[in-house]
Design a protein around this ligand. Structure first.
Ligand SMILES: *Cc1c(COP(=O)(O)O)cnc(C)c1O
Ligand SMILES: [Zn+2]
Length: 396
């Protein structure tokens, strides 16, 4: 294993990686660091096509020492689809959609769960707990079951029923709160504090390895494009783990010498009903203020106070990217329009990225001929209510 230590991006303090860790003393999330010079000596890009079609093909830059500790359901290596018809319509002929809807549990949260659970198990954790908007809880409950670990999941009453069912099916200890993910977070903090060390807090960015799982989206995009980076990557941002992860992957890839210096411009997409990052980005601030009365059809990005705000804003600025808020009505229109043209039912979070792409192209921020990658972070099938079927005729 090439993992060396954990580093605090805020105060610079190093922490050991050989025991379960949460935040730095200064309150910041920690980032996993590897001996990348040794990785570059051990493996070259030419070797990857010979490896299994899942995220563990990047094992040298993942934090599991013993391959027998890997808990997997075959997650990763999702298709990067060309979308010529829809792309031409919005003026981006080179528009690609990475379809995370094909992943186990129906969302890219499985990437974070597979790596996070594998490492937690390796470090001796027996029970994890987390607040969730639904998909993360479903994924972590699923992988915890497969690893033989306990999972305590707290989610808002409004979260999709399917995620609730997945948690129950996986035997998790599921609790519901009449509130938002931030309220669920308070309950998890109490449970962890009262557990006397028996429960490990695996909430978003509170442990460092979910990020490592999600960063593999960045490695995959680059490998799938023949070790080239696209011009723009558009990501539906809630807690921002995927965006921070893709940014981290690109920095690692550059350090490994596997891509050139050019970085793609990263775009954080939020809903006008919950846009703390967009507001902070526009105001030129380093931290985001909590969003009041958050609500959107794209429940996966309803995060009023993301813990990784600094890291998200830094990734956007360092890549010359931007942040865009789009409204629910347009998300649903683009979701339908895309399905009709390309035959793929996106999740609303993925459709929000199309709305952003369309608007950024119309405004000239995305230029003619640029290659744009959109992340469809989940399966449209998990959100059956996004398509209205009330007007479908019944034959006599
Ligand atoms: C969780 C989630 C997001 C947001 O992911 P972050 O990495 O927390 O920003 C986007 N889409 C879907 C479908 C999700 O479940
Ligand atoms: Zn620190």
């Amino acid at each position: 294993m090439y993992l060396t230590h954990l580093e605090c991006p805020r105060c610079g303090k190093d922490h050991p990686a050989d025991r379960p860790q949460n935040l730095c003393d200064c309150g910041s999330p920690l980032l996993a660091r590897y001996d990348l010079a040794a990785v570059a000596r051990a493996v070259t890009p030419e070797q990857f096509p010979l490896r299994p079609a899942d995220l563990w093909r990047y094992r040298e830059v993942l934090p599991v020492a013993d391959p027998r500790r890997v808990t997997t359901l075959g997650e990763g290596w999702t298709p990067l689809l060309r979308t010529p018809s829809y792309g031409a319509e919005i003026g981006i002929p080179d528009l690609l959609v990475k379809d995370e809807g094909l992943i186990p549990t129906g969302s890219f949260k499985a990437r974070g769960a597979a790596v996070g659970i594998s490492r937690a198990r390796e470090l001796g954790v027996e029970r994890i707990a987390m607040p969730t908007n639904g998909n993360a809880g479903a994924a972590w409950a699923t992988y915890a079951a497969r690893a033989g670990m306990g999972a305590t999941i707290v989610m808002p009453l409004d979260a999709p029923t399917i995620c609730r069912r997945e948690c129950v099916a996986a035997g998790a200890d599921l609790r519901l709160v009449d509130g938002l993910i931030s309220d669920a977070g308070k309950r998890v903090a109490e449970l962890v504090a009262d557990s006397d060390g028996a429960i490990f807090d695996a909430g978003t960015l509170r442990e460092p390895y979910r990020l490592e799982g999600k960063k593999t989206m960045g490695y995959e995009i680059v490998e799938q494009l023949g070790w080239q980076v696209p011009d723009v990557i558009i990501y539906p941002t809630g807690g921002g783990v995927g965006l921070i992860g893709i940014h981290k992957a690109l920095q690692e890839l550059r350090e490994l010498g596997w891509v050139e210096d050019k970085l793609p411009r990263l775009v954080a997409v939020q809903s006008t009903g919950c846009a703390p990052i967009v507001r902070a980005f526009a105001a030129g601030e380093d931290r985001a203020q909590p969003w009041a009365d958050a609500h959107t059809v794209a429940f996966g990005i309803t995060v009023p106070a993301p813990l990784g705000d600094e890291l998200i804003l830094n990734a956007l600025r360092a890549s010359a990217g931007t942040a865009v808020a789009v409204d629910d009505e347009e998300i649903l229109t683009d979701l339908r329009d895309f399905a009709g043209r390309e035959g793929l039912l996106l999740c609303p979070e993925g459709a929000a990225c199309l709305t952003a792409a369309r608007q950024l192209r119309a405004g000239g921020w995305i230029r003619a001929g640029e290659r744009v990658v959109v992340l469809n972070t989940g399966a449209g099938l998990k959100y059956p209510e996004t398509v209205d079927v009330s007007a479908v005729p019944v034959l006599a």
